[in-house]
Design a protein around this ligand. Structure first.
Ligand SMILES: [Zn+2]
Length: 405
């Protein structure tokens, strides 16, 4: 049996081509040099016929910034041993179980916690991070009875959300309430990441917070900050007007263009603003916490330059590199990474999987499904990728595939 899917088949010349051509021109990422093709692939099979796996029929699958970075050949070579090619991308998935899986009946609608950690890989004993519930920190994402792949969507064996079928391990599956729409559910994975980032930020009640970026990650992070902490203020810096409008709607106290962000934080915190001979202005004084949600050098520079001495910068977007770390040193900042999700420590010291927090919170957040701006069948993948590449400019947030259409 075969499954129709979009397959990422990076080969060196095409990769270099994408790297050269794709960096500035969105149209070219989905053009003739794209390292992606629509193929009829052999059905993904559970490793060695093991139990605990089920086939999932993706209903909606998001296109994530990290997918676009990969397609454009801009991701760091650091990732190369963490993936196995060719693979079917797609890790933001709502789908339907085609098989019963332990306690979950066939037909159950599920969302996918995409990390392929110890449990999925049959590692026994599991690594110390998995033992603590921090599956995003799993040390075994390249070993066990699965090929390397930090997540579903980067592993050659499992299939991915950008196909008509994938396989997932019970440890990855979360049933969703009947009343939750597919459009809300497809955002549960990125929303869980946003909640994880918001909690990694350790925001105190009197803290002034800056969020850099208001694409899907920035808006979800703002919603998570509002839902899971009570800061004194949240300032959002966003490039595009529709992003600024969405940030206002999602509860930002102040929304500014990136070039005005340092000034806005200075007003709020009575900091001193300085202008270097080159590069962005910076503050002595400033916000308590900044969360970078763009993944650009300028974004990280802005975050580092807006926080007070001893403040915290959370890196939520995949860092593009090249940021000036002088403020990290001079202001004795804390630089905190936030990758995917896992288990969170609540104020009463209980530990709850981030996905559970996301699914519960999403029930009261009608704004989520409004963030899904467009869906495409797999056949129109070039249009979908082009749309996602230009989403900010076009005023779209999440672009997703509807693989069964
Ligand atoms: Zn592990």
């Amino acid at each position: 049996m075969t499954t129709l899917a979009l397959e990422y088949f990076r080969s060196a010349p095409r990769f270099i081509g994408a790297r050269t051509l794709g960096s500035k021109a969105p149209g070219l990422v989905a053009g003739p040099f794209a390292p992606l093709r629509l193929s009829s692939l052999k059905d993904p099979q559970p490793p060695n016929g093991r139990s605990g796996w089920a086939r999932v029929k993706p209903l909606l699958s998001g296109i994530c910034g990290s997918d676009l970075t990969t397609l454009a050949g801009r991701s760091s070579f650091y990732f190369s041993p963490l993936v196995s090619t060719p693979f079917v991308p797609g890790h933001e998935v709502v789908g339907e179980l085609l098989d019963g899986c332990e306690d979950l009946a066939a037909g159950t609608r599920v969302v996918l916690s995409s990390v392929l950690a110890c449990a999925a890989r049959g590692e026994d004993p599991v690594c110390p991070n998995c033992a603590a519930g921090d599956v995003g920190r799993c040390d075994r994402v390249t070993v066990g009875h699965l090929k390397p792949g930090l997540q579903t969507g980067y592993c050659t064996q499992t299939g991915g959300g950008w196909g008509k079928m994938l396989i997932a391990h019970r440890s990855q599956l979360h049933a969703i309430p009947e009343g939750m729409t597919d459009r809300t559910a497809v955002l549960i994975e990125p929303f869980a990441c946003a909640i994880h980032a918001a909690l990694r930020a350790g925001i105190g009640v009197d803290d002034d917070v800056v969020i850099v970026g208001a694409g899907t990650v920035g808006i979800l992070t703002l919603i998570a900050v509002r839902s899971f902490s009570t800061p004194a203020s949240v300032t959002v810096a966003a490039k595009h007007e529709k992003q600024r409008a969405a940030a206002r709607l999602a509860g930002a106290d102040e929304v500014v263009r990136p070039e005005h962000a340092v000034k806005a934080v200075r007003r709020r915190s009575s900091a001193v603003k300085l202008t270097p001979e080159r590069g962005q202005d910076f503050l002595l004084g400033g916000a308590d916490v900044a969360i970078e949600c763009v993944g650009s050098r300028r974004g990280l520079d802005l975050a580092l330059r807006s926080v007070r001495a001893g403040g915290r910068v959370v890196v939520s977007g995949i860092p593009a590199g090249g940021a000036d770390l002088t403020p990290l040193w001079f202001r004795e900042l804390e630089l905190v990474g936030a990758y995917t999700s896992g288990t969170e420590t609540m104020p009463d010291a209980s530990r709850i999987p981030t996905f559970e927090l996301a699914i519960r919170a999403a029930a009261d957040l009608p704004i989520l499904e409004q963030l899904v701006g467009a869906t495409y069948p797999l056949e129109r993948w070039r249009d979908a990728i082009d749309h996602a590449m230009s989403a900010g400019k076009l005023g779209t947030f999440k672009v997703a595939f509807a693989p069964q259409t």
